[in-house]
Design a protein around this ligand. Structure first.
Ligand code: ARG
Ligand code: ZN
Length: 479
């Protein structure tokens, strides 16, 4: 889902540039949709020329063979006259239909599926794309990397930024979010868990398979759409605001890990309630978490409505900080997504700063103390200082500058404008860009607008300069 303004403007500019503006009725010939969404770091991720509203992903998966078969139906709107369009996908496609007619399809580059409809598509027209496919996802690699993981009792589709290619065709970029139906048939006795709510309970099918259905009611980025298949113990509840709570714990967790994980994840509803008071109303229809079998993944990810946690996060006992981090992402990253991957500090800086705010609230150290500690202990030549959070580059996209210095930037902002304006900025940000996407420049402009202060020097030093910022005067109080 994307506002159509950009396409309209682009069309107007094209007409003006070709001197065709005078001939109001003349149309440009249908052209191929772009092979990328315009990302500054990943130019071939996502695609151009259309805007997806909904994905219906209907699959069957067999853990023993890692075989995935299925059909994804994409409901989209053309944003230009299209002769063809691209999807991002890796598995083996057996047929593609566009608007009920067989379409041509061909693989191009590492992960592009080029679809040529029987008839060209007019700007503004509805497009229904049906892709039927099969494959063994773990056998597909791009640049030697496979994001899909097989586990001891199933599989895992979780990753950032790359994961969708291994299990469903999409416009794989956070600037084109859509609602999702995910329905997966798996052998009886294993769970298939995804985002959102269950529109219907699991249904027994023939041949010893059970179909699990999941639905995301709010726009969701492709990388935040996840699937885990395996044996899980589930706890469910309804939160005070009526949203569904659904938590899942791998049955492969040893008892001590399982207890620590549960003592953390079961606090999700409480932590989200706290987040609602700090960041603005919780944007989604469900909350909860999934804890993976030991040894899987090695990170946590803020899958919309249902973050996923590597078991390792609970090896040293309960860990509310990681629950705070992933759930803060529901506002920062999931509801307000990055327009381009370059702006990831808007996700990670806020999620990290949420941990500082939680620490402050639970008397485990103030945000100022955490800031001072990081400032004093990080060597001048460490990546946290030599990388600019607003332009970290792909290699440092998930580095300390994006996480810790991102949080430090927010703390500097809070110190400069005071708590009242700071939290006003935060809540205005989540309200203005709810279910959409945004850039660093939009954030700094909003901060200046609400505070009425010139914050150029602050943001220049903290976000854009690959060197340790000099602190002006004595540290201000954090209160
Ligand atoms: N967004 C995730 C988090 O901070 C991190 C994902 C890291 N990805 C990775 N490939 N290491 O919670
Ligand atoms: Zn994060």
């Amino acid at each position: 889902m994307r506002r159509l303004l950009v396409a309209t403007l682009a069309t107007a500019l094209t007409l003006a540039a070709t001197g065709a503006a005078a001939h109001a009725h003349r149309r440009a010939a249908p052209a191929p949709g772009a092979a990328g969404a315009g990302d500054t770091y990943y130019p071939d991720y996502g695609n151009g020329g259309y805007d997806v509203a909904h994905y219906d992903i209907r699959l069957r998966y067999t853990p023993a063979t890692d075989r995935l078969t299925g059909t994804t139906t994409i409901l989209a709107t053309a944003t230009q006259d299209l002769s063809r369009l691209n999807l991002d996908f890796l598995l083996d496609v057996s047929s593609v239909q566009v608007n009920n007619r067989p379409a041509g399809f061909a693989r191009e580059g590492a992960h592009e599926l080029v679809v040529t409809p029987a008839r060209s598509i007019t700007a503004g027209a509805a497009i229904t794309i049906v892709v039927q496919y099969s494959g063994v996802p773990s056998s597909k690699a791009v640049d030697g990397f496979t994001a899909w993981e097989r586990t001891a009792d199933g599989a895992l589709a979780v990753g950032e930024p790359e994961i969708a290619w291994w299990w469903y065709p999409s416009n794989d970029h956070p600037s084109d979010k859509a609602t999702f139906d995910v329905s997966v048939s798996v052998p009886d006795g294993v769970e298939a868990i995804s985002n959102g709510v269950q529109p219907r309970p699991p249904v027994r099918e023939t041949l010893g398979y059970t179909r699990w259905s999941w639905r995301s009611l709010k726009p969701q980025a492709t990388y935040l759409t996840f699937l885990t298949v395996g044996q899980y113990d589930v706890t469910t509840d309804t939160a005070a605001d009526g949203t569904t709570v659904y938590n899942a714990y791998s049955q492969l967790l040893p008892a001590d890990l399982r207890d620590a994980a549960q003592a953390s994840v079961e606090r999700t509803a409480e932590i989200v309630d706290w987040g609602s008071t700090v960041f603005g109303p919780y944007p989604f229809e469900a909350r909860g978490g999934v804890v993976l079998p030991p040894g899987e993944l090695g990170f946590a990810l803020e899958n919309q409505t249902r973050p996923i946690y590597s078991a390792g996060f609970f090896r040293r006992g309960s860990n509310p900080a990681v629950i705070v981090h992933e759930n803060a992402h529901q506002w920062f990253g999931d509801s307000v997504s990055v327009r381009s991957w370059q702006h990831t500090w808007l996700n990670e800086g806020f999620a990290s700063y949420a941990e500082w705010l939680w620490s402050e609230k639970t008397d485990e150290g103030t945000a100022q103390e955490i800031f001072d500690y990081l400032y004093a202990t990080s060597p001048d030549d460490a990546p946290i200082w030599t990388t600019a959070p607003a332009d970290p580059g792909v290699a440092q996209l998930f580095g300390d500058a994006v996480y810790d210095r991102g949080a430090m930037t927010l703390h500097q902002l809070r110190t400069a404008v005071g708590d009242e304006d700071f939290f006003e900025i935060v809540r205005t940000w989540t309200a203005q860009h709810r279910y959409g996407d945004a850039t660093t420049e939009q954030f700094t402009a909003l901060a200046e607008q609400i505070s009425g202060k010139d914050l150029h020097a602050l943001f220049q030093a903290w976000l854009y300069t690959p060197a340790k910022p000099v602190l002006a005067g004595a540290p201000a109080s954090s209160a």
